[in-house]
Design a protein around this ligand. Structure first.
Ligand SMILES: Nc1ncnc2c1ncn2[C@@H]1O[C@H](COP(=O)(O)OP(=O)(O)OP(=O)(O)O)[C@@H](O)[C@H]1O
Length: 325
């Protein structure tokens, strides 16, 4: 339709043009339609002793199926709050959060239980929170399957427990109880247990926080194998730079919002040498808000406002200062 045809003589948009635009909007795929996790303007407010803490302040996050990604950020930025919501352990105050088609705000308690048993698996920093101390590695995995009923038949469950312990490199822990496993072994067995019910998503909160760097690398290797071989989406909250730099995408959270992200891809040259390329992006939310990195605003003394200029292929952001300063 030409612009003239879509307007009345007085310049107003015609009714048929408005109807056409509405139909076009309806046909457009909705935001994050092919994603596994979609958080939209997520807010979580805690109230303690009449004081309100806004742990999440309109956080947006989209994670595609099959991603291996990390969430980083200063202490108190809201990482664990977000993970608890994604785990179905806590409910947001406002906004929306969907994981594998489950609406995390609107779930009744039965659906929530099913979600926690079948859709997500967790690995926490404290090894004692991950495994039952009186069961062996194999029994821990079997117990998780028995509780959900998702893997039917004793033989199938036994085969799956053995496969998963092998996948994470912890076969030798099958007949050992946690107190006879090292910290790294306990975390690898915890990954096997988290994977037991074929979850679409595994969430991990500081899974290498109590481990030395060599052991942390083995644990990360187990997450990577789960991601590559089973296609499980993995989201790891971490302060460990080595972990944050080893995943495909690292999203930084600042003051309860996603602020920036680093995306990595690997290339192999003619001589077979691999190079990892990393690029940092600022995140633009759905209404166009952008958080400028703290070191950038500090370097230019930016406080309350900036001057924006639209260039053909970029936007210029300049401090609001008189030109002769
Ligand atoms: N149950 C709660 N009651 C009151 N305030 C809370 C609660 N849980 C978290 N907070 C507050 O919410 C904010 C975000 O906390 P959160 O634990 O999500 O941060 P984090 O980024 O995971 O920090 P860390 O890296 O130290 O674990 C903090 O100010 C914290 O004090």
């Amino acid at each position: 339709m030409t612009d003239e045809a879509s307007r009345t003589a007085t310049g107003a948009v015609t009714l048929s043009e408005l109807e056409r635009r509405a139909a076009e909007r309806r046909q457009r795929p909705r935001h994050g339609h092919d994603a596994l996790i979609v958080c939209d303007r997520l807010v979580r407010i805690f109230t303690a002793q009449d004081v309100e803490v806004q742990a999440l302040q309109g956080l947006d996050l989209v994670v595609a199926p099959g991603e291996l990604m990390a969430l980083v950020g200063a202490s108190g930025s809201g990482k664990s709050t977000l993970l608890n919501i994604l785990a179905g352990l806590d409910a947001p105050t406002a906004g929306s959060a969907t994981v594998a088609g489950f609406d995390l705000l609107g779930m009744d308690s039965r659906t929530r239980l099913r979600y926690r048993r079948e859709v997500v698996g967790f690995v926490w920093q404290q090894t004692a929170r991950n495994l039952l101390p009186y069961l062996t590695g194999r029994q821990n995995a079997l117990q998780a399957m028995r509780l959900s009923g998702r893997v039917e038949g004793r033989r199938r469950r036994a085969a799956r427990a053995a496969e998963l312990l092998e996948l994470v490199g912890a076969e030798e822990c099958a007949d050992r109880r946690p107190h006879r496993m090292s910290g790294g072994e306990q975390q690898r067995v915890a990954i096997a247990v988290a994977l037991a019910n074929h979850p679409a998503l595994v969430l991990a909160d500081e899974p290498t926080g109590q481990l030395d760097s060599a052991t942390a690398e083995q644990v990360l290797g187990a997450f990577r194998r789960a991601n590559e071989e089973l296609g499980t989406t993995v989201v790891i909250v971490t302060h460990d730079r080595a972990v944050a730099q080893a995943v495909d995408r690292t999203v930084a959270i600042r003051d309860g919002r996603t602020a920036s992200e680093v995306v990595r891809h690997t290339t192999v040259d003619e001589e077979g040498r691999t190079t990892v390329h990393a690029r940092e992006y600022a995140v633009v939310d759905r209404v166009g808000r952008l958080q400028l990195p703290h070191n950038f605003t500090e370097a230019l003394g930016i406080r309350h406002r900036v001057l924006l200029d639209l260039e053909p292929d970029h936007i210029e952001v300049r401090p609001d200062r008189p030109a002769d300063e």
